[in-house]
Write a new protein. Structure first.
Length: 80
């Protein structure tokens, strides 16, 4: 994902890019590797809320959030 014009400007200096759209080099799915919550919110709470909102989505990032929450146990995912 690209957010912001500064990132696109930085890409103008790239000479070589390796893209793995099909998952040939990787596992073929997104994975949450780090969570950095804003002050006053725990990482666990942020993940719980995000995963709870994304449970019904079939988007690749939504699936990664839900999978990360499930790894942390049933309390990390609200199911009502």
């Amino acid at each position: 994902m690209i957010k912001g014009g500064d990132v696109l400007e930085a890409l103008s200096r790239v000479r070589v890019a390796v893209l793995d759209k099909t998952g040939t080099l990787t596992f073929g799915s997104a994975e949450i590797v780090e969570i950095r919550a804003a002050h006053g919110v725990t990482d666990a709470e942020l993940l719980r809320l995000a995963a709870s909102l994304d449970q019904a989505s079939n988007h690749v990032m939504a699936a990664a959030l839900v999978a990360a929450a499930r790894k942390r146990g049933p309390a990390a995912l609200v199911t009502h």
